[in-house]
Design a protein around this ligand. Structure first.
Ligand SMILES: NC(=O)C1=CN([C@@H]2O[C@H](COP(=O)(O)OP(=O)(O)OC[C@H]3O[C@@H](n4cnc5c(N)ncnc54)[C@H](O)[C@@H]3O)[C@@H](O)[C@H]2O)C=CC1
Ligand SMILES: O=C(CO)COP(=O)(O)O
Length: 320
């Protein structure tokens, strides 16, 4: 079954590279002609500078044609997923739609597989998520990710199809747990970056990571996800990577908040809108996610990092 990628950003291109190394011909859909030209003529991807692209990778602005592939990797930012899917007229019946984005949609308050299920009910939704920087995958460094698909047979086929010599995929049917882990770790990474940027130290960061993980598992449990999924690559694994590495844009955005520095607005930082979406979701479900709420407040400019920390430290004492 053929594979195509929607979205010519860093992650989509990195996945295309990894699959091209295994012998697949991959076409990438990009919304702008300049990106298509850079890929087809210059053999380079604007969001992955310095990495040459093989001939097996091509690009096109014709989404209807690209979307005919049996397996579609959806590598656009979370808040644009719905709009991209509705650009495609076909119902994509029986095609495997693998979300490669991390977040919660602000309109629907669901993760990417929920957005896929609403927009293309006849397709098979799946998600590929976990600890991986696009640059590492593009350079063929060893990486392990979670492939989640409720349809066990389709999940097994996708695991086989998308695993490579360096990219090892673990399979689950718990799409909800996989996507919530990937979405919330970005919010906690912003909190950790802000904490380090503000000069509050590594102990404070460890506290935020641990209590942030408690928020991730609380929301996931409320939505019927399995705790072991949150403890796996897509949850704890990605939390560990993103909260401790300056290669993460979410972490760096948090650093800039703590240091009161400007941040490049053209960079994709999924955690800001996800913090807003999960804060709304928490209110709807009647649960508390105080770190996520503070990231939403600080990200929106309503509260300073030091006020947020004071708030978190002064909450009522409780059992762990
Ligand atoms: N970069 C990384 O290391 C990783 C990224 N991801 C996830 O992949 C997703 C995409 O991120 P990146 O590739 O890093 O972002 P990016 O900023 O490198 O690229 C985003 C791409 O989407 C396109 N795009 C943006 N809005 C669009 C719209 N409305 N319609 C069509 N195309 C649109 C942009 O033109 C760009 O080509 C995010 O959800 C991110 O969390 C996941 C794992 C690793
Ligand atoms: O999701 C990622 C690593 O797993 C990439 O993190 P950033 O989006 O914060 O750069």
């Amino acid at each position: 079954m053929s594979i195509a990628v929607l979205g010519a950003g860093a992650f989509g291109t990195a996945l295309a590279l990894s699959l091209a190394r295994e012998g697949h011909e991959i076409c990438i859909w990009a919304r702008d002609a300049a990106t298509v030209d850079a890929i087809n003529s210059d053999r380079r991807a604007p969001r992955l500078p310095g990495i040459p692209l093989p001939e097996a990778i091509s690009a096109s602005t014709d989404i209807a044609t690209v979307a005919r592939a049996g397996t579609l990797l959806l590598a656009v930012p979370m808040q644009s997923l719905h709009a991209v899917l509705t650009r495609i007229e076909s119902p994509l019946a029986g095609q495997r739609l693998v979300a490669c984005c991390k977040g919660v949609d602000l309109q629907e308050l669901t993760g990417p597989t929920g957005v896929i299920a609403h927009a293309k009910p006849q397709a098979i939704p799946a998600i590929l998520t976990g600890p991986s920087f696009a640059d590492d995958i593009a350079r063929n460094l060893p990486t392990a990710l979670t492939l989640a698909c409720r349809d066990e047979a389709a999940g097994t086929a996708l695991q086989q199809q998308l695993s490579t010599g360096a990219l090892r995929l673990y399979r689950t049917t718990d799409t909800s747990g996989a996507e919530l882990g990937g979405a919330l770790k970005n919010v906690i990474a912003i909190a950790c970056g802000a904490c380090i940027g503000e000069g509050l130290g590594d102990s404070a960061r460890a506290a935020l990571m641990t209590r942030g993980f408690a928020e991730m598992t609380r929301l996931a449990a409320k939505l019927g996800a399995r705790p072991e999924t949150l403890a796996g690559l897509s949850g704890l694994g990605d939390l560990a990577l993103t909260c401790t590495s300056e290669l993460s844009r979410n972490y760096r955005f948090g650093l800039s908040l703590g240091k009161h520095e400007r941040f490049d607005p053209s960079l994709t930082v999924e955690g800001v809108k996800t913090a807003e979406a999960v804060s709304r979701l928490a209110a709807k479900l009647g649960i508390e996610l105080p770190i996520c709420a503070m990231v939403h407040e600080v990200g929106g400019g309503g509260t300073s990092v030091s006020e947020a920390i004071t708030y978190l430290l002064n909450r009522p004492l409780k059992e762990e």
